[in-house]
Design a protein around this ligand. Structure first.
Ligand code: PRX
Length: 649
């Protein structure tokens, strides 16, 4: 047994689960003892879901980076912490030991301090997948600054919204990022964002692509120059370490913005103590990690999966993680398998959308690839269909590797429902059992627990969680009421996930997807309201309604029903040109990930007499299921439905 809290049998899982529900305080007290705390907690858990108020390990002091780095130095300083695989396979791999990580994070922490970053300050990070991104994230955590990583695919406007909401005073970026054959001009996008908001005082720029960029005097500094200076200072002081700020267990660690069914993305806040315990506990148990294993998570650190299973969980466990700068299909569709072979990867954690896109290339990319090092496969981000599940198991795992279908969310901090690889049984398309500490419940529209199985023996309902686990979000940045309304007000005393699910008689869960107005496009969460607001910014548009439709590769595609200004309909007969402009508008306002796949022009939207758009009808039409649209008599103008049906793309 590699870790004191590693579950090694089904019986032990059951025993842990039972204890975690019956005596959560005792259970988590014992787990948390395996971490490095500067001061122990006074209480393990205090909570109510009405405010909501959740406090784990109150009174404890720690710094998460001492758990991710310092405590491994005595026994594993020369162990590789990060294997970095560049976008271009002919470029050199970088191997970063725990010792190197320590040195880099301490120097970066000193650099941030030199530039005036203090505990509690918000630092936005908009970088490509380079090791310096991990150094930056951990340097923030080292000095107690709150990081907010922004995915490289977001537009200037989206970045500005996040900076503004967090009132970030520091911004860290790269000149550019390599992704397949593209170079993303991060710095110039950042420059545009920074003209839209004024809280940022300093910008640090890491040189990666050697792109032509502008450096604004007095505001922008080069990473390599500032790091050099910090390194010299540390060495002049005869120190190789930079002190880790003492943080309260409940001090914020980071903010990560995510889409909801209304308004702009909200900043989910995770705190230091509980998040650390939860990500490490789930990492070790779900993937059955053993020291020395090479863990490859293909997610971007701009999303929660990268935060929890590239950075914090694995590094706290002293693991070796593989970080990949590029994309799975470049220079060809065998890239992932090349990486697995080259680095003898043991655990491969990826997304159904990546699997489905690789499936379209057939099996030739596997030829002559030695994937025998693989022991465990993982899936995350959206429901995995059975076909993709079997394909991944067969071709990547040679039908020998357990596949963990991990269900969780930005708000949950870490994995909530999943089989434990090779320990508890897997089942295609089912996330299976809750982790210790997780108490799911399925409720109907009125919040009553679903207790009557359907004809197949399944309970079906909206997925809620009854009690807090250590990684639950604590608030949404600057707006606690929004947190309450979004997650804790739909059903009394329950955390509502926004997902629908089934449960079988053995207690396994199958997640069926969002039941709210949130889309999941290629594993990216996008609010329909956000896309509609962006479309409506186009001057020729009166209004729009956006829904999801099944998409073979992306899981869900974006279908937009759009009403144009009457004048523009006659003066601009070229519909495709307008469509193109709408797509560009969405890319500009949100980012390329939110571009609609289909845009249907309509003369009106199906609305109730009170003006509410009947999305149910639009969803059915977009899905191609027009035989039974339900009751349309309450519509203000039922005739629009026929027109929309006829014009379906
Ligand atoms: O709908 C669920 C889906 O992704 C949503 C969470 O998205 P996000 O916060 O961006 O986090 C993604 C990575 C954790 C959920 O509400 N989802 C995530 N994992 C699964 C899933 N749906 C089905 N099965 C999964 N394994």
């Amino acid at each position: 047994m590699a870790y004191p809290f590693q579950i090694t049998s089904v019986e032990q899982y059951k025993e842990y689960y039972k204890k975690s529900i019956e005596s959560p305080e005792l259970f988590w007290d014992e787990i948390a003892r395996n971490f490095h705390w500067k001061k122990k907690w006074e209480t393990v858990l205090e909570w109510n879901f009405t405010e909501p108020r959740v406090r784990w390990f109150e009174g404890a002091k720690l710094n998460i980076t001492e758990n991710c780095i310092d405590r491994h130095l005595e026994t594993a300083a020369q162990r590789t912490a990060i294997i970095w695989e560049p976008n271009d396979p002919s470029e050199a791999v970088r191997l970063i030991t725990y010792d190197d990580l320590h040195k880099n994070v301490c120097t970066a922490a000193r650099m941030l301090k030199n530039l005036g970053v203090n505990k509690g300050d918000r630092v936005c990070i908009y970088m490509g997948m380079v090791p310096e991104l991990v150094f930056t994230v951990l340097a923030c955590a080292r000095i107690g600054a709150i990081h907010s990583v922004i995915f490289g695919g977001f537009s200037a406007q989206s970045i500005a919204d996040r900076i503004q909401d967090a009132q970030a005073t520091f911004f860290i970026t790269c000149d550019g990022a390599f992704r397949g054959e593209k170079t993303i001009p991060l710095k110039s996008i950042a420059d545009e964002a920074l003209t839209l908001t004024d809280s940022v005082k300093k910008v640090i720029v890491f040189r990666r692509t050697n792109s032509q960029i502008e450096m604004k005097a007095g505001r922008d500094v080069w990473w390599h120059e500032a790091m050099n200076e910090a390194e010299q200072q540390l060495s002049a002081e005869g120190s190789i370490s930079f002190p880790a700020e003492e943080m309260d267990a409940e001090d914020p660690l980071f903010i990560l913005y995510t889409s909801g069914s209304t308004g702009k993305p909200k900043g989910v806040v995770h705190t230091c103590g509980g998040y650390m315990v939860w990500t490490t506990f789930t990492f070790v148990n779900v993937f059955q990690y053993n020291p020395g294993d090479i863990h490859f998570c293909t997610a971007d650190i701009g999303w929660i999966t990268g935060h929890s299973y590239i950075v914090y969980g694995p590094l706290c466990a002293g693991a070796t993680v593989l970080m990949f700068e590029g994309i799975p299909t470049w220079p060809d569709a065998g890239r992932l398998w090349d990486i697995v072979q080259k680095h003898r990867v043991n655990i491969l954690y990826t997304a159904p959308t990546a699997i489905r896109s690789l499936m379209t290339f057939g099996t030739s990319p596997f030829q002559e690839k030695d994937l025998s090092s693989l022991k465990v496969l993982g899936s995350v981000g959206e429901p995995i269909n059975e076909e993709a599940w079997h394909w991944f198991s067969e071709h990547a795992g040679n039908n020998q590797c357990p596949l963990a279908d991990t269900w969780w969310q930005t708000e949950t901090g870490g994995i909530m429902i999943s089989n434990l690889a090779g320990i508890t049984p897997s089942r295609p398309a089912w996330a299976t059992l809750p982790l210790p500490g997780v108490q799911p419940v399925l409720v109907d529209e009125n919040g009553n627990e679903v207790i009557t199985p359907d004809e197949n023996g399944y309970l079906k309902g909206n997925l809620c969680i009854k009690a807090p686990w250590p990684g639950i979000l604590r608030t949404t940045w600057g707006d606690h009421e929004r947190c309450r309304k979004n997650y804790f007000a739909t059903y009394k005393n329950l955390y509502f996930t926004g997902d629908g699910a089934w449960k079988d008689a053995e207690g396994n869960y199958r997640i069926t997807g969002r039941v709210d107005d949130v889309l999941n496009v290629s594993g990216h969460r996008i609010g329909t309201a956000e896309v509609e607001n962006a479309i409506n910014q186009h001057p020729a548009i009166v209004e729009s309604a956006v829904v999801g439709f099944p998409h073979d590769i992306k899981g869900q595609g974006i279908y937009a029903f759009v009403v144009r200004e009457p004048q523009s309909v006659s003066s601009r007969p070229d519909e495709d040109a307008t469509r193109n402009e709408i797509v560009q508008t969405v890319a500009r306002i949100i980012g390329p990930i939110a571009k609609p796949d289909k845009i249907q022009f309509v003369s009106g939207l199906p609305k109730t007499r009170s003006g509410k758009i009947m999305r149910r009808i639009l969803r059915k039409i977009a899905e191609g299921d027009t035989s039974n649209l339900g009751d349309t008599t309450t519509l203000l103008d039922p005739s629009v439905v026929d027109e929309i049906k006829k014009g379906r793309l």
